[in-house]
Design a protein around this ligand. Structure first.
Ligand code: PLP
Length: 345
């Protein structure tokens, strides 16, 4: 039914109620922790909102369709909750290979898991396909973030998925920055896609939310079980707002990329800048798995600020995180690329 719709159209149409005469065009918000049971609850019956909630379903359907999954997504209380659930797929003592410049709280979480539960962690330059594939031998999971936050390195997704699978590793992709409009990792064979829905998908800086998507029923059941037992669930209002935000995803991404392109071109010529960490700003391997990389304006603004760049510019364009106030430049300037203390949003 949705196969022939473009992702941009799916973002607008998926997860709507049936088009019956008189029916609302938007799903309802259901605020209930418990549900009436007709006898002993059967699997799939609504029962208790930590297990499942009707307001999650339209968003989960829409994101599943956008990521070209045969199964609905799973919404989580934050992007980090989805990251934690996905990393929990690694068996005890197993090794995860991940980008040295992955989202820094993901790196903090893997370090924590290494200490507490024996997770083995190996970081790589994810843009270096050969080195990354060499590291996947004997690994339980390859964690890809492409583009990375904050360095915007781009991975060769199809090559990494094929090589990691050949080495017996699961492949999880944090698709927060690319969005499903930029790349659909499941199409390239990835096992799990993770999102900080807080960013582009919701897009208005008013919710914190996460999601995981997989086309594998067994992996989905394990991720759902993690969500239930760890209580990593989302509130109905947040999920409804995220679905509303998702409707304008294509417009926001397109405008964000255009703005970032203009900024990147200007900053690339700035004499004080040693380099500009934006995929369109320096030679970057563009692969079939990466159709339209988001040159996040957030990166460019930090770049300019650090170099004593344009301080009076108003950074009010939609960024990876939605429509944000000028504080963005200052926030990004706090980034510490070294191993020391780092501040995150
Ligand atoms: C790439 C990436 N993954 C995961 C996260 C974590 O998401 P959240 O802040 O929604 O927990 C972030 C947050 O900035 C991110 O940028």
């Amino acid at each position: 039914m949705t196969d022939d719709l473009s992702p941009a159209t799916l973002a607008v149409t998926a997860g709507r109620p049936a088009r019956d005469p008189g029916a609302p065009v938007n799903p309802a918000v259901v605020l209930s922790s418990t549900y009436v049971s007709a006898g002993v609850p059967q699997p799939g019956d609504p029962m208790y909102t930590r297990y499942d909630a009707p307001t999650w379903h339209p968003f989960e359907e829409a994101l599943g369709a956008l990521e070209a999954s045969p199964l609905p997504a799973l919404v989580f209380g934050s992007g980090m909750a989805a990251v934690a659930a996905t990393l929990a797929l690694v068996p005890r003592g197993g090794r995860v290979v991940l980008p040295r410049h992955a989202y820094q709280v993901t790196l903090v979480l893997t370090a924590d898991l290494a200490e507490r539960s024996g997770l083995q962690v190996q970081t790589v330059d994810i843009a270096d396909t050969d080195a990354t594939l060499a590291a996947t031998h004997g690994a339980a999971m390859l964690w890809v973030e492409s583009p990375t936050n904050p360095m915007l390195e781009v991975a060769d997704l199809p090559a990494l998925v094929a090589g990691a699978h050949a080495a017996g590793a699961l492949v999880a992709v944090d698709n927060t920055f690319a969005t499903p409009l930029g790349q659909q990792p499941l199409v390239h064979g990835a096992d799990v896609v993770v999102h900080s829905v807080t960013k582009y998908l919701a897009g208005h800086s008013d919710v914190v939310l996460g999601a995981a998507v997989t086309g594998d029923p067994d992996l989905r059941a394990r991720l759902a079980a993690y969500r239930t037992t760890h209580g990593a669930i989302a509130g109905p209002w947040e999920v409804w707002l995220a679905l509303r935000g998702l409707r304008t995803l294509a417009l926001r991404v397109e405008r964000s990329q255009r703005s970032a392109g203009v900024l990147a071109a200007r900053l690339a010529e700035h004499p004080a800048l040693p380099r500009c960490a934006t995929p369109g700003c320096r030679p970057t391997p563009v692969t079939s798995g990466h159709r339209a990389c988001s040159a996040a304006s957030a990166r460019s603004s930090a770049c300019g600020r650090r170099a004593g760049g344009p301080r009076r510019t108003r950074w009010s364009t939609p960024s990876a995180s939605g429509c944000r106030p000028p504080a963005l430049a200052g926030w990004r300037a706090c980034w510490n690329d070294g191993a020391g203390s780092q501040r995150s949003p």
